[in-house]
Structures are given as structure tokens and as C-alpha cells.
Write a protein that binds this ligand. Structure first.
Ligand code: ZN
Ligand code: ZN
Length: 410
């Protein structure tokens, strides 16, 4: 059954009201692919409806994006355009809300030289530092949401006819963002409270370390003394709540930069830089990645780890039960927004300032001193499974179960 237009409109409304929670007179910056023009236009309309002063549409196109990777001059991938950097920074300073609609094929850049991909990730990461700091410390409201493209749907539902695959993917997206409930805004309020209850328990506990055990995984992660668990709604610099990811099922904090030891194995493929990395194992010593192995996409994984010094360390540790709605759909999305919310995960790269007490007001140097990793990249990868046990270790050495067989132990 094709997606009714009314459903897309409800989705746009949810993105504006719950996602970035646009305020009267605010500007909005939307990144959206031209094949999702219908949704993009509805998002703009909903933003104006609640009083947005201006909606800037940043239209992208996967076909010409890939063409650029195939044909453009080498230097294009090492120089991020200055005008693009200035534009992004200007919107940060104007207090804009940022909406990213993701819909690309998970292997859009398959076969492209890993060096080009790595160079571009590095150049854009460096150029967009100001913007990244603003969103990673919740100065501006931001949200990442998904839309079903044909190319992505074909990857998720390879056996279904094209139209059917797209409809199935839309339905899975709507299900995951609670749009199939009678009152989606209310469903998000309840969901937010549930995740905050877990956050509250973990913040009271003050675990010094987490210990992960599963097939292919034996990893100990120290947490900074002032770590803070967070989940669901965040607040921007004006105390306006917003939802940085839709869906979101995670509660997360920051690992102590130099306190990760052991090895961890991936449990879902990772789409990174338009390529798939799968079946990989990462080994850590005192926080630093000292070895990587991968069944698929090993070279791309190496590019990622070698982005900068900080990309050799972790910046996020996130807990997601195996009994979560996305996980129970049993769909492999090949998209981090969904797969990370179906699985315990870690992130290579920078940590979020709001994951330590007082962090939102700290300088980059103060954050490093507090144990928060700094990098121009931040990439989540999935490690959860029904076999995973996680213990919390208190400062006095007492060990308590946090996860058993992939689910919350409390
Ligand atoms: Zn996460
Ligand atoms: Zn993350």
C-alpha cells in the first residue's frame, strides 16, 4: 500500500515539533536529497507553520555526488569549500535549528577510492569544526531523521519489488518514530520519560568501569569521574528541548579517553563514507586502537581510524536493549541512525561535551583534561547481541550486572 500523503505530513510535523522543536522567529537549516523533495517541502511548510523566520534548504543528490567522487579533480577532496564552511557557521551563530534527512544508499560510494573518501571526510571534518562543536555541545537544536529512498530500500529488502520495498521501509521508519500510534507527540513524551528513568539510575550509581563480555568481545571501559549518562531529549543553549535523533532508543555517556582495554567485535555491518564495513574486530590498549581486522571494508575502516589522532580513541558508549522496537523488527537497516538504536554501540572519535558535568561550558582543552576525547570525526559502530553481558564496576571494586543476555538487568 503506497504511503498516504497525510502520513508524510504528520512525519514532517513530528520532525519540527519534537525533533528540533522550532521556536517563533528561529531559522531552520535543512539538508535533504532531491528524491525526498516531497518530505523536504512538508518540513519547510511545518516550520513556517510554527513561526520559523526562514527555512534554508540544502538540497543534495546522490547521483551527482557519486559522479563527483568518480570524476572530480583530486584536490576537490582535500579542500572543503570556504563558502560552505562560512555558510554553516553563519547559521550556527544565528541560532538556527539543523535538520538532516538521511536517505542515501548505504553503499553509494562502493568501488570509489578509499583515499578520496578518507580525504573528504578529513577535509570536511576539519572545516566544519565550529559547527560540530556547536551541535556536540547542544548550543543549537539539531535532529537526524530518515526517509526511504529506492536505493536504500533495495538494500534493506532485496527480495521485494522496488515499490513494495520503498513502502516497507517507510513503514519501518514510521513504526520506529512512533508515528503509528494515536498520538505520536504524546508517545514521545512517554518514551522520553522511560529513557530518563534509566539515565537517572545510571547517574546515581557512578560506575567507575564497564566490563563487556560476548563472543568476540572482552572489553573494559573506564568512565570519567564526572561522566553523565544522557538519553532522549536534550536542551539547547536557550533551554529549549529537542530530540537529536529520531528514532532514539539509547542512553549513553563518554568513556575515559585513555581507559579502554581489550577487544570488541561488531555485530552489524557499518555503512561509513558510502561503503560497508562488516565482521570487524578492534583491539584497544590504554584507550588507543592498536589493531583492526575486518571481513569486509578493512581499508575503509583503516581510513576511519587514521582520520586524526582522536579517531584512534572512543568518544561514546551507548546502551540499547536487545528488546527494543527496532531490534525486534529484525530488519537490518544498513544505516547507523537505525542500527545504533537496535544495538549496544560505541563510537570512534569525539565525545560529547554534555556527557561530563559542566562540559557544555568547557574549552576543548578542559574537555580533554576531563577525559573526553577530541576528534574531527564521530562514528558509531554496533556491538550488541543477545549474548552480551555487561557489568558495572564501582570505585570500590564491587561488580553489578547492568545487562544480561542483551537486556537490562534492572
Ligand atoms: Zn549513539
Ligand atoms: Zn554516536
Amino acid at each position: 500500500m503506497p504511503i498516504p500523503a497525510q502520513k508524510l505530513e504528520q512525519y514532517a510535523e513530528l520532525i519540527i515539533k519534537v525533533g528540533v522543536n522550532v521556536q517563533q522567529g528561529q531559522e531552520v537549516f535543512v539538508t535533504c536529497s532531491i528524491d525526498q523533495a516531497e518530505l523536504g517541502r512538508l518540513i519547510a511548510a511545518q516550520a513556517y507553520e510554527v513561526g520559523a523566520a526562514n527555512v534554508h534548504m540544502e538540497w543534495t543528490d546522490d547521483v551527482t555526488s557519486r559522479l563527483k567522487y568518480e570524476k572530480a579533480a583530486d584536490r576537490i577532496f582535500t579542500e572543503y569549500p570556504e563558502y560552505e564552511r562560512l555558510k554553516r557557521n553563519a547559521f550556527v551563530d544565528r541560532g538556527a535549528a539543523f535538520i538532516a534527512v538521511v536517505s542515501s544508499s548505504p553503499d553509494l560510494l562502493k568501488g570509489i577510492s578509499p583515499a578520496r573518501i578518507g580525504n573528504f571526510q578529513k577535509a570536511s571534518g576539519e572545516a566544519l569544526q565550529y559547527y560540530r562543536r556547536a551541535v556536540q555541545s547542544d548550543q543549537n537544536s539539531w535532529t537526524v531523521v530518515a526517509a526511504a529512498s529506492q536505493a536504500w530500500a533495495a538494500k534493506v529488502f532485496p527480495d521485494a519489488p522496488a515499490d513494495e520495498a520503498v513502502d516497507k521501509l517507510w513503514n519501518a521508519i514510521f513504526e520506529s518514530v512512533r508515528l503509528n500510534t494515536p498520538d505520536p507527540v504524546q508517545a514521545w513524551t512517554a518514551h522520553n520519560e522511560n529513557l530518563h528513568a534509566k539515565v537517572h539510575i545510571l547517574n546515581e550509581k557512578r560506575y567507575a568501569k564497564l566490563h563487556y563480555r560476548a563472543p568476540g568481545t572482552d572489553l573494559t571501559i573506564e568512565l570519567p569521574e564526572k561522566h553523565l549518562w544522557v538519553g532522549a531529549a536534550s536542551e539547547n543553549k536557550d533551554d529549549v528541548p529537542f530530540m537529536a535523533n529520531m528514532p532514539t532508543e539509547e542512553v549513553f555517556t563518554v568513556p575515559y579517553r585513555n581507559g579502554v582495554n581489550g577487544y570488541v567485535s561488531s555485530t552489524k555491518p557499518l555503512s561509513y563514507g558510502g561503503n560497508i564495513i562488516d565482521g570487524f574486530k578492534i583491539t584497544f590498549e590504554n584507550g588507543r586502537i592498536v589493531n583492526t581486522e575486518a571481513e569486509q571494508g578493512g581499508e575503509i575502516l583503516e581510513q576511519l581510524v587514521n582520520t586524526d589522532e582522536g579517531s584512534h580513541y572512543l568518544g561514546e558508549v551507548a546502551l540499547v536493549p536487545h528488546h527494543s522496537p527496532i531490534s525486534e523488527s529484525n530488519i537490518l537497516f544498513y544505516n547507523t541512525l537505525f542500527d545504533e538504536n537496535a544495538s549496544n554501540h560505541l563510537a570512534i572519535g569525539s565525545g560529547y561535551a554534555f556527557n561530563v558535568e559542566g562540559g557544555k561550558k568547557m574549552s576543548p582543552e578542559e574537555l580533554v583534561a576531563a577525559g573526553v576525547n577530541s576528534s574531527i570525526t564521530h562514528v558509531d559502530f554496533m556491538i550488541g547481541s543477545p549474548e552480551m553481558d555487561i557489568d558495572g564496576i564501582l570505585a570500590d571494586g564491587t561488580t553489578e550486572p547492568i545487562f544480561r543476555k542483551g537486556n537490562w538487568a534492572f
